[in-house]
Design a protein around this ligand. Structure first.
Ligand code: G
Ligand code: G
Ligand code: MN
Ligand code: NA
Length: 254
């Protein structure tokens, strides 16, 4: 209840902010994009993790105005990075199930892109498998309405849900993100390595880009590269950073 009450006021009190975690090319370590992650610093509760408040936002419907704030904040940030002369970088936004089911989502995003003057190919949306399998035909329609804007679509936490191969083929998606739970125990868990290899082969045969999540060690990088996964994200490369730190990171690199 405390979370709900606080969350209702979070927007007007300006308690929400975004941090960004980069995605890198595992071969060159060049930054190829970033994932936007929401942060809430509550006056009463202090830092609250999205793991705690996103489900509450989802249940109460607050995720709709909050999700709109996130999309706008991220596009404004992309605009600002471009205006300061940084090279264009695609940013991924995590979408909640409720936002995805909202018929107005595509129009909302179209308006935000127009208002901020951000080209659609600089925006990516991360969805989860469970959002897609529940009502596959409706999901495909919703995916196309987003895809037709010119943005890209990724499946987050891949491997933890129940996507069948045939569904994956029907969805107009661009990328999969291998869930951190499979990456974590490389190179000790034979099972996780086998699953990771299977996901890499599948993504490759479906022509999908692939990002490994939660990369923390060089041994994981070696395994992923050797098996054909060329993009990664994780604490080994960078923790989530505020917008200024991201700009510094991009500027520091030759
Ligand atoms: O790194 P972090 O603790 O921020 O992420 C925890 C979880 O919260 C992840 O599952 C992430 O996808 C989710 N999350 C982070 N930011 C957002 C957001 O803006 N919207 C939604 N719906 N989920 C988010
Ligand atoms: O569900 P989603 O993949 O969006 O979750 C992103 C979450 O994963 C965020 O909470 C982020 O801080 C966390 N995260 C990102 N990289 C790493 C990592 O290398 N190790 C661990 N343990 N968590 C990570
Ligand atoms: Mn994500
Ligand atoms: Na993820």
């Amino acid at each position: 209840l405390q979370i709900e009450t606080g969350l209702r006021r979070a927007l007007e009190r300006d308690e929400l902010s975004m941090v960004y975690q980069v995605k890198v090319d595992l071969n060159t370590r060049a930054v190829v994009g970033a994932e936007a992650l929401l942060r809430w610093t509550s006056a009463e509760l202090g830092q609250v993790s999205p793991v705690e408040f996103v489900p509450v936002a989802e249940e109460t419907g607050l995720v709709v105005p909050i999700g709109e704030w996130v999309l706008r904040a991220v596009c404004k940030q992309i605009r600002q990075w471009l205006d300061t002369g940084l090279p264009p970088m695609r940013v991924s936004v995590n979408l909640s199930a409720r936002q995805f089911r909202d018929q107005q989502l595509a129009d909302l995003i179209k308006g935000i892109l127009r208002d901020t003057g951000v080209k659609p190919d600089l925006l990516d949306l991360e969805l989860t498998e469970s959002m897609l399998v529940e009502n596959a035909d409706e999901a495909i329609e919703a995916l196309w309405s987003l895809k037709n804007l010119g943005i890209t679509l990724s499946i987050d936490d891949f491997g933890t849900g129940y996507s069948s191969l045939s569904y994956l083929k029907r969805f107009p998606i661009d990328a999969l993100k291998i869930d951190r739970s499979f990456v974590m125990d490389i190179p000790t868990s034979e099972d996780d390595m086998a699953i990771t290899q299977a996901i890499i082969r599948m993504a490759s045969s479906l022509g999908l880009a692939l990002v490994a999540e939660g990369v923390e060690t060089e041994a994981q990088v070696d395994f992923l590269r050797a098996n054909g996964c060329h993009l990664g994200q994780g604490y080994l490369f960078s923790r989530p950073l505020d917008a200024g730190a991201v700009a510094a990171l991009l500027t520091d690199r030759p």
